[in-house]
Design a protein around this ligand. Structure first.
Ligand code: BT5
Length: 206
């Protein structure tokens, strides 16, 4: 079995592509991505050297998306909350995003956090990159093997979505209502419906 390793690369297409070939415990970090990816084929944009851009190879976990959000919010510290499922928020602005991709025997957790620049309407978390990376590694190691009940409890504490009036855009339809909770599978409960995928928009303070 290969040893886990840390790859620090100046420029890549996406850290996710490099991480896919590495063993559990490995990390890929870069200054710049020419084709940084969000969910659903969206783009993740960050000018060179302005962001933490990393992919972590982790064991699979049924709630890894929420667990990664918890780990990242804790690594960022005070003032950073989670919009369902795992966007890093400073107030109502997005400061970081998480993309979880699952393979047969491992999962790749990609995390992008704006440090010194952000697109219009987005936020930064002004912290030194390497220190933040170290805290992320440590928190991810812990939360990626935590039991689901602990992940859900901590996610609820860090959430800025619960209690808010939200709009959920699903393929072909839209639900609006108060985000009342998350179920044991990590689905958001809105208007009595359990939403496990889709985009959530916070409508107003609730
Ligand atoms: C995400 O997708 O939020 C997951 C982003 C994951 C990025 C990391 S970077 C390291 C690793 N390697 C990769 O290639 N990806 C991961 P999603 O929820 O789909 O949000 C994408 C949307 O966020 C875009 O459509 C934009 O509207 C917006 N966006 C793009 N760049 C942003 C930025 N720097 N800050 C805030 N919002 C951004």
């Amino acid at each position: 079995m290969d040893e886990p390793r840390i790859e620090r690369l100046h420029t890549v297409t996406s850290t996710q592509e490099i991480a896919r070939g590495l063993p559990i415990g490995s990390v890929v970090v870069t200054d710049h991505q020419s084709a940084g990816r969000g969910r659903l084929d969206r783009r993740w944009e960050a000018p060179p050297g302005t962001a933490l851009l990393a992919s972590f190879v982790l064991p699979r976990h049924p709630l890894l998306s929420l667990a990664a959000g918890v780990a990242a919010a804790e690594a960022c510290g005070e003032g950073v909350g989670l919009k369902w499922p795992n966007d890093l928020m400073v107030g109502d602005r997005k400061a970081g995003g998480i993309l979880v991709e699952v393979a047969a025997d491992k999962a790749i957790v990609g995390i992008g956090i704006n440090l010194t620049a952000a697109p219009p309407g987005a936020a930064t978390i002004a912290q030194p990159r390497d220190q933040l990376l170290e805290r992320l590694r440590e928190r991810l190691a812990r939360w990626s093997v935590a039991d689901s009940a602990a992940v859900l409890d901590r996610w609820r504490e860090l959430s800025v979505t619960l209690g808010r009036t939200v709009r959920v855009e699903l393929p072909g339809r839209v639900i609006e209502g108060v985000a009342a909770g998350i179920d044991e599978g990590g689905a958001l409960i809105v208007g009595g419906e359990h939403v496990s995928a889709g985009d959530v928009i916070h409508l107003r303070m609730g």
